[in-house]
Design a protein around this ligand. Sequence first.
Ligand SMILES: NC(=O)c1ccc[n+]([C@@H]2O[C@H](COP(=O)([O-])OP(=O)(O)OC[C@H]3O[C@@H](n4cnc5c(N)ncnc54)[C@H](OP(=O)(O)O)[C@@H]3O)[C@@H](O)[C@H]2O)c1
Length: 377
Amino acid sequence: MPHPYVLLSAAVSLDGYLDDTGPERLLLSGPADFDRVDEVRASVDAILVGAGTLRADNPRLLVNSPERRAARLAEGRTEYPLKVTVSGSGELDPAARFWHTGGEKVLYTTDEGAERARVLGIAADVVPLGAELDWRRLLEHLHAARGVRRLMVEGGGLIHTQLITQGLADELQLAVAPLFVGDPEAPRLFGPGAYQGGRLRLTGTRQVGDVVLMRYEPTAPGTGPLPSAADHHWLALACELAALCPPSATAFSVGAVVVAADGTELARGHSREGGDPVVHAEEAALAKADPTDPRLATATVYSSLEPCARRASRPASCVRLILDAGVRRVVTAWREPDTFVEGADGSGVLESGGATVVVLPEHEDRAKAPNGHLLGR
Ligand SMILES: NC(=O)c1ccc[n+]([C@@H]2O[C@H](COP(=O)([O-])OP(=O)(O)OC[C@H]3O[C@@H](n4cnc5c(N)ncnc54)[C@H](OP(=O)(O)O)[C@@H]3O)[C@@H](O)[C@H]2O)c1
């Protein structure tokens, strides 16, 4: 089930705090950065904050610029993004500004929390998600029932920590403010948790007034059948690599990337790479990886097209090469059509060999794009 694109947004002090412990909200951003945040808000379908932030800050979470609101309306969107909050307890102030400003509101909660919210008279669409709150179900519901494609998450720390450790954040936009908090009782951006092992990808930096904005993408593949946000990024890269293939009338253009469990790229390749007229993408990528690298056992292969199970041009299929390399997780965008091989079913053969195959059809059109001439397009 598809999720919205999840953008985490936060401002922190130089020592990594989200706030101080005083009764007023600590202003970390300056005017230019608040305006940047307003611009991001205007670009999304929904804004989410946790109940802790509602209780601590009593925020409105509006798009403040009339021009940006007018532009949203002109594009046929709602004047304000949907406002979303999350509370297990349902213990919320019904008079909080969140409920009485802006457009529509949704409260995701537990069965028990929904009961409490109803008693309190919370002015929102109250969605109970069972005995416990499950982030994947919440994101699926926002996508399917509310049409949310881009979700901005504005904290607090508990929410950010869960979304990043569960591999559900597509992007982190972090503004670092030139001040210290120095109080260990103050809330931190990220709390303890099982974070990805390796490095995130830095995708941009910018000075905004006196704060520095940094943008990061998580890189760690999902585990087993559960896709992570980073799976989508890597598969998108495989689709970009497919576009580099010299076109052929007798073979597909495919891109592949091999990624370790901690998010480190081990190798990449594409069909017909380096002047070899028959090399396949997975084959080209795996040939660059060290076959004794222990990280292959927990790595993921991303391939824009399902790996081949049978081929005439080489003794070993890509499925065989993947299994022999020890890789046990494959993410692909597109099941192989019968164009060249009938009933290819590389995914089925991989699964029989003990690998998990995850198909993300959201990327199928991109995977097909460089193959239009073979598909009668
Ligand atoms: N600098 C910034 O950019 C920024 C942005 C936002 C917030 N903040 C600061 O962050 C602080 C608040 O952060 P916080 O970590 O205390 O709170 P939070 O992350 O805003 O919200 C935590 C609350 O959300 C609900 N929740 C979260 N995950 C849940 C789950 N899996 N199941 C059920 N309920 C769940 C719970 O509500 P219930 O308790 O109702 O069950 C939980 O207490 C404030 O000081 C605020 O000023 C700073």
